[in-house]
Design a protein around this ligand. Structure first.
Ligand SMILES: [Zn+2]
Length: 479
């Protein structure tokens, strides 16, 4: 073969090979710059909305599960899965709240079952003696996993947002409010679920509520073992565990990044989001000094980039940004870990930074639907006819109904595939309020519920009632 021929062959080989896409490493296209849709999401997260979840989970507010009222006084793992304990219903509570948001059990919402046995609980604070090991039977425990499937070319990649749901204290079985540790993290996950459902993301988002953390990271251990085969597709993990105690109100926190380059991608995204959206959090970026005592550790163990978001827990050199001081929650693992001892403005801003990081890493693709369906309600003789315009990409329309206002609690009336519905279940002279929501297949993407239509069916005129007795012939008598 001549030299020129060989060169030609080589050139054509290079050309042919260049047609095939190179296997890209997952972190190539992460953009954590400012995005208007992410800004809208962050604007919807308020101190009030964040505090509501913390109050519900730490026993400040009663919660309603299956129509019954309960107070969650502990989230200690063995009690979470003890059906006899009426005061530890955080798991069914969160499941039901996620279903109310539109997520579907078995489709977007899954229990990840695992089992754990007796253990010696461990403290993050090594100055507190670790509690005595508690001997309990091996019990079935669960992590709650919410999947928001990606809509883009990188849908096979996952961005994980994690927090442990369980709590502990000096009276773990009965009184472990765990407002900061870790209702703060769970609240951030619920805010993400509440707001992400209106948007499309390139990548798949997994929102995971771990249990068994306080006993030795059991839930995250089980998860990373059972889903290790997906680890190549895990782009990064944002773990939120215990933030929002801030006695000196300096908005300083610790970001435990560690030394893996993959974790650095997540850590850099977090600091970019904090700067680009002017969130005003002061971040100590910890690499060699990062701690491994939360659920992020098991992702490091399987080679997945992860960061842990924590209060200003320990002393670090002043050059890190928190002036060399520490601001540690003295109520840690005690019955006094209550919302009143937190500084919610700090919890709020850190929540925004965490949610913004996940949204950025997942790749924002805009709203699920362009606009919202316009609903019309028309009173008919014995019913109310509802009709609306078809929305591109919607295959279900969820109709909500109430009898007071559109702003209050509305009940789901029906899921409909067409563009009209007749409501026969009405009472005369009652004003009904209707709303409608467009939904993409299996409840993975939703339109916002902003419309409102009302109608009332008046009571029909009664036909005249004749008193036939007055026409009875006088001759007929009762025998
Ligand atoms: Zn914790």
């Amino acid at each position: 073969m001549k030299k020129t021929k060989l060169v030609l062959v080589l050139i054509s080989l290079v050309l042919i090979l260049s047609i095939f896409p190179k296997p890209t490493t997952a972190q190539t296209n992460v953009n954590c710059g400012k995005n208007n849709d992410i800004q809208k999401i962050l604007d919807e997260i308020t101190e009030t909305s964040v505090a509501k979840w913390i109050r519900d989970l730490s026993g400040e507010n009663p919660v309603v599960i299956d129509g019954e009222q309960y107070t969650i006084t502990t989230r200690y793992t063995s009690e979470l899965f003890n059906p006899a304990n009426q005061n530890a219903k955080a798991y069914p509570y969160l499941t039901q709240e996620l279903i109310k948001l539109g997520f579907v059990p078995g489709v977007t919402l899954h229990d990840h079952d695992y089992s754990f046995k007796s253990y010696a609980p461990k403290n993050l604070d090594r100055t507190i003696p670790d509690p005595e090991p508690i001997e309990i039977e091996a019990v079935g425990a669960k992590n709650l996993v919410l999947t928001i499937p990606g809509h883009g070319p990188n849908a096979h990649e996952q961005v994980l947002m994690t927090a442990h749901l369980d709590s502990t204290s000096n009276k773990p079985q009965t009184e472990a409010p765990g407002a900061e540790d870790n209702a703060s993290g769970v609240s951030a996950l619920m805010e993400a679920a509440r707001l992400f459902r209106y948007y499309k993301f390139d990548r798949t988002i997994k929102i995971i509520f771990f249990t068994g953390e306080e006993q030795g990271l059991y839930g995250s251990y089980a998860y990373t073992e059972d889903f290790r085969h997906e680890s190549d597709n895990m782009l990064g993990v944002v773990n939120l565990d215990m933030f929002g105690y801030d006695a000196d109100r300096d908005y300083c926190m610790e970001l435990h990044v560690g030394t893996m380059p993959e974790s650095n991608v997540v850590g850099n995204c977090f600091t970019s989001v904090n700067n680009n959206y002017n969130l005003g959090v002061k971040v100590e970026y910890l690499t060699n000094e990062a701690i491994d005592r939360s659920d992020h550790y098991h992702f490091w163990r399987i080679g997945v980039g992860a960061v842990e978001i924590l209060e200003n827990y320990d002393y670090h050199s002043a050059s890190y940004g928190c002036n060399g001081v520490r601001d540690r929650n003295p109520h840690y693992h005690r019955t006094t870990d209550l919302i009143q001892n937190m500084f919610i403005p700090a919890t709020h801003r850190i929540t925004q930074a965490g949610v913004g990081t996940v949204a950025s890493m997942a790749g924002m693709m805009g709203k699920c639907f362009e606009g919202n369906p316009r609903l019309k309600a028309t009173a008919q003789e014995d019913s109310i006819k509802l009709s609306w315009n078809a929305m591109q990409g919607a295959d279900t329309y969820r109709i909500y109904r109430g009898t007071r206002t559109c702003a209050g609690e509305m009940e789901v009336l029906a899921d409909v595939t067409g563009t009209s519905y007749i409501d026969y279940e009405i009472e005369y002279d009652t004003t009904y309020f209707y709303q409608i929501q467009a939904i993409e297949t299996d409840g993975i993407c939703f339109s916002e519920v902003l419309n409102c239509a009302t109608a009332k069916v008046p009571k029909p005129e009664e036909p005249p009632v004749y008193d036939y007795r007055i026409f009875l012939p006088v001759s007929i008598k009762a025998e």
